[in-house]
Design a protein around this ligand. Structure first.
Ligand code: CAA
Length: 400
């Protein structure tokens, strides 16, 4: 029998401040229903200038290691998947290595393919552990991003920020992921991108939705071929739950409708609440995490599903613009839901502070000038970006 490999523990970090989308709608002269029901997002995480891809990744990584009781020395591979890197050459993961005190005998790098970058790293880590090359070491995969389109843009209500860390090992106490059963789909398209000279992402919004749905059908079709046996009555009924990449919650609804239509379901929305609903409870409070979005949806499913999922099969869909997509699956380990609930993610989101529109716009503008800001001292209450001095980014870790 093949050894089970998968996610041993997770950690989630979100900025401590957010914007109500109703307030954004009012400020932009848009009916609130367009954002809240039309996009399905209630709140959007807004990082303060001291928070960036690195600090969010460090906080999520610390939570994952702490939840598993794993010493940083036990990590043999540390990868940050991100599309909002802080440097063209030095990976965010090297900063995270320093902040978390991860040892020197560790492979450390960064991966990029839009929102798929974290999944690429996860699949690599799974195969590293399965192959035996890990020799008992664990991989820490952190998906971390600050999703930013800019003030007044069509993408503005689909911003967000946050990180999800996944500890990958041969003790998959949360979810064992299936080996050799992964449907992939890739295509050279220009749906969403960020030129090297721009801090804001550019997007062909409605086209990006079509690209996402085409990629879902392609990856799911590949998965079905690999899985063989047809499902009864619909293939996706073999899953107790599904988690999709969530740029905004309504996109997951569109995705599910498309997937069930591909299945031949004449009522493609009827299974949405049962199969997808719990995975959106947390994402609708945070907005887009880019690489981390699918994994926040997974955390949300495990933290908020109203029924036991012990031993249940779940399906996961990752989409990265440009594009690459993957549909893969796994089995929830008994006790996984209690472990994720113990992270207190809902309480963490509830404890955040709401920003006014003026404060939000001020933070967005402050981030513009951020790279030129001289380093300043900050109270070490958490991981913080302090600024840039002599072209070197400077971070501080909280006192142990
Ligand atoms: N009450 C309720 N609903 C309303 C409403 C109202 N008063 N007014 C409008 N709506 C609904 C619309 O009917 C629409 O719903 P449907 O999609 O179900 O038809 C929804 O609100 C949005 O309205 P519009 O399509 O008119 O909105 P828009 O033109 O401003 O653009 C968007 C929406 C394309 C998603 C835009 O926000 C955008 O470009 N976002 C960034 C791109 C993105 O997230 N793409 C997702 C796929 S790519 C991906 O997943 C990778 C990634 O992470 C970026």
């Amino acid at each position: 029998m093949t050894q089970a490999v998968g996610i041993e523990a997770m950690g989630v970090a979100v900025p401590s401040t957010y914007l109500e989308l109703e307030a954004l709608a009012a400020a932009r002269g848009v009916p609130p229903g367009k954002y809240v029901e039309g996009l399905g997002t209630r709140r959007m995480a807004v990082p303060q200038p001291g928070d960036d891809t690195v600090t969010l990744a460090a906080r999520a990584g610390r939570m994952a290691l702490g939840a598993a009781g794993v010493d940083p020395g036990g990590v043999g591979m540390l990868v940050v998947g991100t599309e909002t890197a802080v440097d063209h050459a030095k990976p965010a993961s090297s900063y995270v290595q320093g902040l978390l005190g991860i040892g020197r005998r560790c492979r450390v790098f960064e991966t990029k393919h839009a929102c798929y970058g974290g999944t690429a790293a996860l699949q690599l880590a799974l195969d590293w552990v399965r192959s035996g090359s890990a020799r008992g070491q664990k991989a820490l995969i952190v998906c971390s991003d600050v999703a930013r389109y800019g003030l007044g843009s069509a993408g503005e209500p689909t911003q967000g920020a946050g990180a999800v860390a996944l500890l990958v090992s041969d003790s998959p106490r949360l979810v064992a992921l299936d080996a050799g059963l992964s449907g992939v789909w890739s295509n050279d398209v220009h749906d969403f991108w960020r030129p090297l000279y721009s801090k804001d992402a550019l997007v062909d919004g409605h086209y990006s939705v079509r690209c996402y749905l085409d990629a879902l059908a392609g990856a799911y079709g590949h998965y079905k071929e690999l899985a063989g046996a047809p499902g009864v009555p619909f293939f996706s009924e073999r899953f107790a739950a599904l988690a999709y990449h969530v740029p905004y919650a309504k996109m997951a609804k569109k995705a599910h409708r498309h997937l069930r239509a591909v299945d031949g379901d004449p009522e493609p929305d009827a299974s949405f609440e049962r199969l997808v609903g719990p995975s959106l409870a947390l994402p609708s409070q945070v907005g887009n995490l880019y690489t981390g979005s699918l994994y926040l949806a997974l955390a949300s499913l495990l933290a908020t599903a109203p029924r036991p999922l012990d031993g249940a099969r779940i399906g996961l869909f990752s989409y990265g613009s440009g594009s690459c997509a993957e549909f893969f699956s796994g089995t929830v380990n008994p006790g996984a839901q209690a472990r994720v609930r113990a992270l207190g993610l809902e309480a963490m989101l509830a404890a955040r502070t709401a920003l006014s529109i003026a404060e939000y716009e001020e933070v967005m503008r402050a981030r513009e000038a951020h790279d030129e800001r001289p380093a300043v001292e900050a109270p070490p209450d958490d991981y913080r970006f302090l600024g840039v001095r002599e072209h070197r980014r400077s971070y501080v870790a909280p006192a142990p």
